[in-house]
Design a protein around this ligand. Sequence first.
Ligand SMILES: Nc1nc2c(ncn2[C@@H]2O[C@H](COP(=O)(O)OP(=O)(O)OP(=O)(O)O)[C@@H](O)[C@H]2O)c(=O)[nH]1
Length: 303
Amino acid sequence: MITSDPPSERRLPVGALLGAIVVIVVIYAAVPLARNAALQLLCLAVALGLFTHSPRQVTTVSLSACGLLALAMLGLWSTGTQGFDSVRDGTNGLLACLFMLVLGQAIHHFSVKHEELSEQQSTMATTLARMEQLATRDPLTGLFNTRHMTELMNQHAKRSERADLPMSLGLIDLDQFQRVNERFGHAVGDEALVAVSRIATEVFRQTDVIGRWGGEELLVLFTDTEPEQALLGLERLRDRLAGQDLSVARLGVKVTFSAGLVVWQEGEDMDATLTRARHALLRAKHEGRDRTVTGHFNPATLS
Ligand SMILES: Nc1nc2c(ncn2[C@@H]2O[C@H](COP(=O)(O)OP(=O)(O)OP(=O)(O)O)[C@@H](O)[C@H]2O)c(=O)[nH]1
């Protein structure tokens, strides 16, 4: 079961509270004139138990207050201390004890309910986060899934249009991935996919949006980025993958990728942008793989 700490505003060190109770009881015993005020302060200390950590501590506070007060009264009565009226002070003390026990129980009950509620809230938050994860992420790579990427593309297109910001789209396809699966097995192929995804998230900017576009394809949305910079990003990924062993067991699994990179045109439907990116990707494959082919901008302008 998931438990949660009470909110910080409820926290009061129980040790400090017990210390205060001891001091109040000492004042009660030592200063006859302050007895009524001490009883009121004791009740207040028990009420402050509401701000301690747990229901158990609430009970500790109220029982300690009652126990210490009873001991003090017993001591005063048995030693016949002057100024201690056993009827008046005894009745007041017993009433205070009764009040503190009832108050302690009520606060204990409230505290238990509060804890249950916190646990439920925490469980709900975890479940919601898990559901959101399942709805938006690809289970293998942890990247955004196709459906969520589609939503994000449309959102970013609107944002780019409103703010007049450049946006590019890169479609990445791992080369000859079937051979990786055939040679090393599907599980190792999965490892390679996970490794490429992890490296991609490291290589691209945090503002770039990366998703798995089915199978062995990734889609990158280069938001607020000039295409030349997006191309540099893709080539950084190529450099990082070059010669890198992508298997956990160091089997020598290496992959390259082909990519199609296009600039989103203002007002363009994202499906049309994707189609252009796929055409560019196919050209990259036909031209020999392990390269990026761009559409609608001149990579020769690279600085
Ligand atoms: N291990 C693993 N393989 C996958 C996954 N998704 C797709 N693949 C494999 O990726 C391979 C894609 O094969 P193809 O589309 O023929 O392309 P390719 O072998 O990569 O060759 P080119 O794309 O032409 O360079 C297939 O063998 C799929 O089974 C996955 O989640 N895990």
